[in-house]
Design a protein around this ligand. Structure first.
Ligand code: ZN
Length: 134
């Protein structure tokens, strides 16, 4: 794993949260993107090498809506950038970690992503992400 690529934060009020994080980070949101497959709206901020990803549910039964129902707003996942996502997935599986998806899937911001089951990671949802090369 190379570095923390971004931290995902579950929010209820997308527009208000974008304004809030623009104020905290003093950078404009550089991109918003809807990810239909995950039933979320995402908003990205770049600060140094790391990004903040705000996540708003677009479906009351979506994973983010369920997360907020259970735990409230807050940090949802930590994403690590990897060079070769399939290789990382193989290594982690061999070490006994459970992956939430068997194959890398398309995430927001031009990434292939995979999540580790939080049961084996101290309750922290970890995302692996690899930039899709054009
Ligand atoms: Zn993410």
């Amino acid at each position: 794993m190379k570095k923390i690529e971004h931290i995902g934060i579950a929010v209820k009020d997308f527009a208000a949260s974008i304004q809030l994080f623009e104020k905290i980070l003093r950078v404009p949101c550089y991109k918003t993107e809807k990810v239909e497959s995950e039933k979320v709206n995402t908003a990205f901020f770049q600060k140094g090498e790391t990004k903040i990803e705000l996540l708003e549910s677009i479906d009351k039964d979506g994973v983010i809506a369920k997360f907020i129902d259970k735990k409230g707003e807050g940090i949802h996942h930590i994403a690590f950038e990897v060079e070769d996502i399939e290789k990382e997935m193989r290594l982690l599986t061999a070490e006994g970690f459970v992956l939430l998806n068997e194959k890398p899937k398309h995430g927001a911001d031009n990434k292939l992503v995979c999540f580790l089951h939080p049961k084996e990671t101290n309750g922290v949802l970890i995302e692996l992400c690899q930039e899709i090369k054009k």
